[in-house]
Each structure stands twice: as structure tokens, then as C-alpha cells.
Design a protein. Sequence first.
Length: 329
Amino acid sequence: MIRNKLLAAVTASVAALGLAACGGSGDGGSGGGGGGDDTITMGFAQVGAESGWRTANTESIQSSAEAAGIDLQFSDAQGEQENQISAIRSFIQQRVDIIAFSPVVETGWDAVLLEAKRANIPVILTDRSVETEQEDLFVTFLGSDFIEEGRKAGEWAVENWASTGAQWNIAELQGTTGAAPAIDRQEGFAEAIAGSPNLTVVASQSGDFTRTGGREVMEAMLNSNPEINAVYAHNDDMGLGAIEAIEAAGKVPGQDIQIITVDAVRDGMQALADGKINFIVECNPLLGDQLMDLAQQVLDGEEVPERVVTEETTFTQEQAAEVLPDRKY
Ligand code: AHR
């Protein structure tokens, strides 16, 4: 750990003063530099292990930390905000050098982020952002543009569904209620299809970003809305669960019921190449290297951008078949 634990309070104040003097990253301060041991300690509070995307994201963070020589204190919140808040409080008590986390939901973080700020421990958001009352509670946010992802899904629906002139009754499988990707992917999609009267979202419910959730919600939706002929799932796992429900109902996924998902993890890409999914919008989970670089820069007192947007693409069935052999996750 950079700061000698016994001298933590003193060193933190000195680091804060140093930063104030040199005009460094400022917000939340940098813990870098003090003590005899130069190893950076990062506390990382992960959402859980709800999806293939999350597993790939965790592996990326763990392997990048190891490669960068960063001591990673990793906590899995199992999908509960209160677990994540407890983990962050514990990182503050341990006086880690920097905290990073991917918030389960968007709101309710002001108090704990203020505690980190007062302890002079900088916070980096990864993957998902937060809505806070107070500004400057985190240094930077590294992750996807979820509204844009929803928009790309909607634009494909307009080009490939609306253009047929037929009526498309869409089942929307939302991510975790209150989570940024669920809110934003719904918004972007709704915005893109707004001008197409033959695209109608007839049912919209959370499947919590899990395969089981997707299957159960899809089963219920097919029972109450047998006219459904399209699915927009906020992630691959829920789309894969929906495929199970569609097949169990005696219908052919990708044909009787066309499917758009988000993520592009290997299982999703395989289903796309197999013709069971029709289109996938990529959400890149490999954030580890960029996160470790940002952490190092923040602790070195360098300026970092407030927002780092992940570059992403989209996949048709043909494109999925092409890239699958080299897909890393
Ligand atoms: O925040 C990213 C989202 O969270 C992914 O799209 C989803 O699979 C995950 O659970």
C-alpha cells in the first residue's frame, strides 16, 4: 500500500496539500506518493456475477491489475447496493489508495462518495455512472454510452422491422431496475423507434440482466401477449433466456420472433451466428487496462478526462459468424 497505515491520516493530508498546491486532479484528491512501498492498492466494488458480460469484466479488471502490479482488493456485491456501500466503507477504513466501482443502481451514492472524498481517496466509476446531488464526488467515469447502445438497437429495428410495413409487437426485457444501462438502453431505443407507428412495445419488464430472469419474464409475456413477434433484450443473457422460453412455447427464435440484444459475449454471438438472435449491439466489458492506466494517472496527480467513452460496434448474423473464432469472451 502506498500510504503507511500508521501514518495514513498525516500522509493523506500531506498528499491533499500537495495536490492543492500543484493543481492536480483535485476532486477527491490523490492518495499517491507517500510511504515506503510504492504499490498502489485499489478497492474495487463489483456489481456481482449476473451475466457473461460481468464475468468478462471481472476477469479483465483482475488480470489488468495483476499485470500493472496493482494490489486489487475485490468485492462482489451480489447485486445489492447495500453490499456495495459496505464494501466502499471498508475500503475507506483500510485506507486504500483509490476506489473504483460499477454501481448496481444509479442513485443513493452521495453519502458514501462524500465519505471517500473526505478521506481524500479518489473514486473512479467504471461501466456505470451515478446520479448525485453534489458534483465532484468522483474523478472520472470510464464506460459505454448506454443511450447510444439503445439507439443503435432502435435504429436497426426501424431499418429491418418498421420498413417491412408489418406490425411488430415488441417485448422489452429490461435490465436491473434503477441501473444506468436499463434506464438508458430503454430511453435510446424508445427515442429511435418513436417515429415508427408499426413498432409497438407491448410489454416491458425487468429480467434483472440474468438468463433465468429473461426466461421467466419471456414465458409470462408470451402467455399474456401471444401476438409478440419481436424482442428487445437489454443484454445477451436475458435474450438467451428468452430463446429458451420461445422454443418451449413451440416457436422459432430469430424467425417467428426476431430478437435484438446488447453485449456481444460469446454465447450471444454464437446464438446470433446460429440465427436465433437477429442483431447484437456491442457493450465492451474489457475495461481493465484503461482503468489501471487512469488510476495510475490520478494518483500521479495528472489531469484525466471527466468521461472516457468505450468504443463499440454492432453485429449482424454474418458478422458474428466471421468474428466468433477470435472472440475473447
Ligand atoms: O453495465 C453493463 C451491463 O451489466 C451489461 O450489459 C449486462 O450484461 C451487465 O449485467
